[in-house]
Write a protein that binds this ligand. Sequence first.
Ligand SMILES: NC(=O)c1ccc[n+]([C@@H]2O[C@H](COP(=O)([O-])OP(=O)(O)OC[C@H]3O[C@@H](n4cnc5c(N)ncnc54)[C@H](OP(=O)(O)O)[C@@H]3O)[C@@H](O)[C@H]2O)c1
Length: 258
Amino acid sequence: MTVLTPGARPPRAPRPGPRTYSRPMTSTDSAQKAPAKDPWDLPDVSGLVVGVLGGTGPQGKGLAYRLARAGQKVIIGSRAADRAHAAAEELGNGVEGADNAETARRSDIVIVAVPWEGHGKTLESLRGELAGKLVVDCVNPLGFDKQGAYALKPEEGSAAQQAAALLPDSRVTAAFHHLSAVLLADPEIEEIDTDVMVLGEERADVEIVQALAGRIPGMRGVFSGRLRNAHQVEALVANLISVNRRYKAHAGLRVTDV
Ligand SMILES: NC(=O)c1ccc[n+]([C@@H]2O[C@H](COP(=O)([O-])OP(=O)(O)OC[C@H]3O[C@@H](n4cnc5c(N)ncnc54)[C@H](OP(=O)(O)O)[C@@H]3O)[C@@H](O)[C@H]2O)c1
């Protein structure tokens, strides 16, 4: 399938790896070897419905706005359907609102954008609705004190791992942790200049989320490992908050040389 990541950089030519053959390769060997898949060959996700739990907050609303503006069908969820309807109306671009349960039921991909404090309880209560869905967790468990933001240490390792533990019948991934809700919401900004680190256990699911990130102009989804490495990705937001405070910025991230 075709890459549909506007703003994505062209793929690099693969580097030759070390040769470890114990015997010379024959023509039969080379005929059987499948060509390596281009890691930037991502699926077409334009027909998938995206739901956002906690979609009435700045992060959920910002993501909903950007995805809908890029042509994606988006439903924002709330604990109260009327709050979701009001937020959806504000966003336009065909965004719909519903309560969190209906949002989960009607969506193919469900982004979790609730505060860490409500994360476990929300997911536990939606286990049935989220069964079989591709769940994208963007929650950063953070604490704040006089010295600023700091990363909390969830018992399961990370918010994403808590989601995976609570949702055994869902396909859990993690992404969109490092976005600035301020930039997402600003209609004057055409491109969101950032990479999105995408983590998950199944390559196909990660690629769907990479492709979804790539729907937003300027954004690129980069495979960044399994969920056991989600903690440091979530925690890095504490550093970005320090950067933002010092430089009065809305910092994003780029992964170089890929
Ligand atoms: N803000 C950012 O720039 C940013 C960037 C990257 C990632 N994130 C992550 O995205 C998540 C959402 O961030 P946010 O700033 O949008 O948060 P938020 O405004 O505090 O919360 C988002 C929405 O979640 C619902 N909610 C509030 N408390 C809840 C609870 N106890 N249980 C279930 N739902 C609850 C509320 O919607 P209803 O009252 O309508 O249900 C609220 O509008 C956070 O986990 C954050 O770490 C944020």
